[in-house]
Each structure stands twice: as C-alpha cells, then as structure tokens.
Design a protein around this ligand. Structure first.
Ligand SMILES: *[C@@H]1O[C@H](CO)[C@@H](O)[C@H](O)[C@H]1NC(C)=O
Ligand SMILES: *[C@@H]1O[C@H](CO)[C@@H](O)[C@H](O)[C@H]1NC(C)=O
Ligand SMILES: *[C@@H]1O[C@H](CO)[C@@H](O)[C@H](O)[C@H]1NC(C)=O
Ligand SMILES: *[C@@H]1O[C@H](CO)[C@@H](O)[C@H](O)[C@H]1NC(C)=O
Length: 381
C-alpha cells in the first residue's frame, strides 16, 4: 500500500511525470503505426478511443435518415412472395407475416432504430408505386447476389439482386427522397449456401488446393455483382448505403447438422471471410470513386462471431440449435411449422429456425450497428 503511494508520488514529480508521458506518447504512436501498417482500416479506431462511443448511424451519414430502401434475401425480406405462416412472426401481434423470424428482421430493427417506418414489401405497392415515406423493401427469401443462386425447391419464388434492381429502376420515384433515403443491402449468404457449397462438396473429395483459389474466384464473382448493384442504385439517385456483409453461415443450425458434428463448418466460414474482405475493398473503391456517396459497412460477421464466442455476454443461452424446427431428411434442414416444437424463451436463442436469427439477435445487431461497433463508414471522407 505504502509502496504504491510512493510510486505515485514519484510519478507526480515533474521530471518523472514528463518522461512517463513521453513513454506513453511514443508507445501510442508506435501502436498507431503498427495498426496502420497491418490493418489500415482499424487504425482510426485507436483514435476513436478518445471520442464519444455513441456514434449513431445519423452521425455516420451526417444527417437524419428518411426512409429505407431494402435489397436482399431472407435476412431482410418483409415477405415478398414468401408466406411464412405461424410460428414465424409469433412474437409480433397482428404484425405482417412473411418474415423469417419470430418478429423483426435486421431491416425492421434498423428502421425502428433510426426512427423511420418499417418499409413494406414491393408487391404490396405493385408496379405503379407512389413515393412512400418509409421506402420500399425489395428483399425476397432464397435468392442471391448471383442470378444462378436459387433455392433447391422449384416452387420457391424469389428475386435475385439484378431482378430487385430492375424492379427499382422501373419505378417513378421522387429523386429528392431517394437522395435522402438509406439503401440497405443484405445478401450473398445464399450464394454460399446454394451455389458455392454445392459445388464445393463435389470437388472436395478430389483436390483441396483448387478449392482455396475457387473461394477467391467466388469472392471476385460476388464483388462484381455487388459493385454493379451499387453503381446502378447510385445512377438512380441513391447516395447513402448500408451494406451488410455475410455472417458465419458455417454456424447456422442447418449446416452444423448436415455436417453431423454440430460444430461450425470452419472452412466455409474462412471462405466467407475471404469474400467479406473483398467486399470491404469493393465498398472502399466505390465510395472513393463516387465521392457524393456515403457508404457504411455493417459487419454481421463480426457481431455474430462476438455472440458465438461469448453468448452469455449478449444474453443468449443457445447459439447452436434452432428455436423452432425438426430435422427433415428430405430437405436437409430444420423445418419450422405449426406442428414442430418451439422453444419457450425466444430471447435466449440466437437462431429461430435452421438458418435465420431471432428477433433478439437482430436487435443486438441493430443496437451494435448504431453504437458504431458493427457499422462503420468506408472510403475517404
Ligand atoms: C419530393 O420530395 C421532397 C422532399 O420530401 C418534397 O419536398 C417534394 O415536394 C417531393 N416532390 C414531389 C413531386 O412529390
Ligand atoms: C439448445 O437447444 C436444443 C433444443 O432446442 C438442446 O437440445 C440443446 O441441448 C441446447 N443447447 C444448449 C447449449 O443449451
Ligand atoms: C412440419 O415439419 C415436419 C418436419 O419436417 C413434417 O414432418 C410435418 O409434416 C410438417 N407439418 C406441416 C403441417 O407442414
Ligand atoms: C398447420 O399448417 C397447415 C399447413 O400450412 C394447415 O393446413 C393447418 O390448418 C395448420 N394447423 C393449425 C392448427 O393451425
């Protein structure tokens, strides 16, 4: 105790204090340099330690958000095409069905957080859509960024990125509103599940190295499509973008179960990460080329990894099983319907069905996005 006091008293002596300060400054600069050299994207975060942590998306865009236009898959779909009957939506009284969650998707959580209305699905507007204050949700469950990505069932209808894109540009919307709205893009997970994985399983038995270069190629293929989507939206008048990366799809209950071990498919997650890194570069190039744009990367992969690593910290008890669903050998997935069991405490589960996160998980995502931990602006600005 006494020694500690002496140490502090010593440090308070001007010369000792000054040299300690110098050491701290030198150390800090060194850390900055190391961070800059090894991870330029994270380097500014070191400075953020001294700034207020409560950065909001409104801050990211430097103005309030007016309406959200949504493009994507079941992570954001509000039910275009897909009727998702009970128990989907069971925690949303009188809420619209069609969502792959017990209540809100990440798009709904995002809109609610930034204080705009939840946008309605495209088909409820029809072809002669008028300007809607809340934006429009073009998302559908099952498709991907690539046109070739389709769900296994022939009877399942969905729109790929290019189809959603053409639905948008055929509408006559108010340009002033478009400029002020946020364009939320969340897709490519299905490309890994339905296009990449299937191809991979076949080749897997023969040659491993080929696969690694294939992962890179696949990332490039997705990147080209994403770039095309953003450029089209920009030409249409969009200026504010939030782009979600792909989560650790190797950890969804369906894939855990089909690989028999109930552990995550680590290799698939690595391949997803390769795409996510490439996506970041694509977004940075886009933001730097179109200087009027404001581009935010939402790191779904990051936040889901945090939850998977320490579920209790985020209030989850079960991150490996579906809250609702029974394994079906025919479809090779957990089926969630009105005759399968549903968990009691939905807030304790990360996954509602075999592939989709619960309302609670989506809320954690949105909360963390808005606090600046999950979402960050990319490009020079
Ligand atoms: C377009 O939106 C702006 C901003 O909300 C509004 O002031 C303007 O009146 C709208 N224009 C038309 C033609 O509706
Ligand atoms: C998760 O829930 C499933 C049933 O839904 C159960 O079999 C499993 O043991 C649970 N795991 C944990 C870690 O609680
Ligand atoms: C619900 O899913 C289970 C498991 O796949 C299946 O056996 C059952 O027929 C389904 N029931 C309905 C009503 O669709
Ligand atoms: C369960 O779902 C099936 C198929 O969607 C439907 O025919 C049936 O009426 C439902 N049963 C109940 C009790 O809601």
């Amino acid at each position: 105790m006494f020694r500690a006091f002496r140490l502090i008293a010593n440090m308070l002596r001007p010369r000792v204090f000054l040299s300690s300060l110098c050491v701290v400054i030198v150390l800090f600069s060194f850390l900055q340099l190391v961070a800059y050299l090894y991870a330029p994207d994270y380097a500014p975060n070191l400075m953020n330690m001294f700034r207020s942590r409560d950065e909001t998306v409104a801050d990211l865009f430097e103005e309030t958000v007016e309406g959200v236009f949504v493009f994507g898959d079941s992570t954001v779909s509000a039910g275009d095409f897909a009727a998702t009957p009970y128990p989907y939506g069971l925690d949303w009284k009188n809420g619209p069905g069609g969502r792959f969650s017990n209540r809100y998707t990440i798009a709904d959580c995002f809109a609610t957080k930034v204080g705009t209305h939840i946008s309605q699905p495209f088909n409820t507007f029809g072809k002669d859509a008028k300007v809607d204050d809340a934006g429009i949700n073009f998302g559908t469950g099952g498709c991907g960024l690539l046109d070739k990505t389709r769900p296994p069932s022939r009877y399942w209808q969905c729109s790929s990125a290019s189809e959603q894109k053409s639905q948008m540009i055929n509408l006559d919307l108010n340009k002033t509103r478009i400029e002020k709205a946020v364009f939320l893009v969340s897709m490519a997970g299905n490309d890994f599940i339905f296009s990449y994985l299937n191809k991979r399983q076949v080749v897997h038995k023969f040659f491993y190295l080929y696969l690694l270069s294939d992962a890179k190629e696949f990332a490039q293929e997705l990147g080209v499509e994403m770039k095309g989507l953003l450029e089209t939206l920009y030409t249409f008048g969009a200026r504010k973008f939030v782009v979600n990366n792909v989560g650790p799809v190797g950890c969804i209950p369906n894939l855990r179960h089909s690989f028999k071990m109930m552990t995550c498919n680590v290799q698939l997650n690595e391949d997803v990460k390769m795409y996510n890194n490439h996506l970041k570069a694509v977004l940075r190039d886009f933001a730097n080329m179109f200087v009027e744009s404001k581009v935010v990367l939402a790191d779904s992969y990051g936040v889901l990894s945090l939850i998977l690593d320490d579920p209790a910290k985020y209030g989850f008890k079960n991150v490996s099983h579906a809250c609702c669903g029974k394994w079906s050998k025919e479809t090779n997935m957990f089926e969630c319907n009105n005759s399968t069991e549903i968990c009691g405490d939905r807030k304790a589960y990360l996954f509602f069905d075999g592939a989709h996160t619960t309302d609670q998980a989506n809320k954690v995502f949105a909360d963390n996005c808005l606090s600046g931990k999950v979402c960050s602006r990319v490009g020079k600005h």
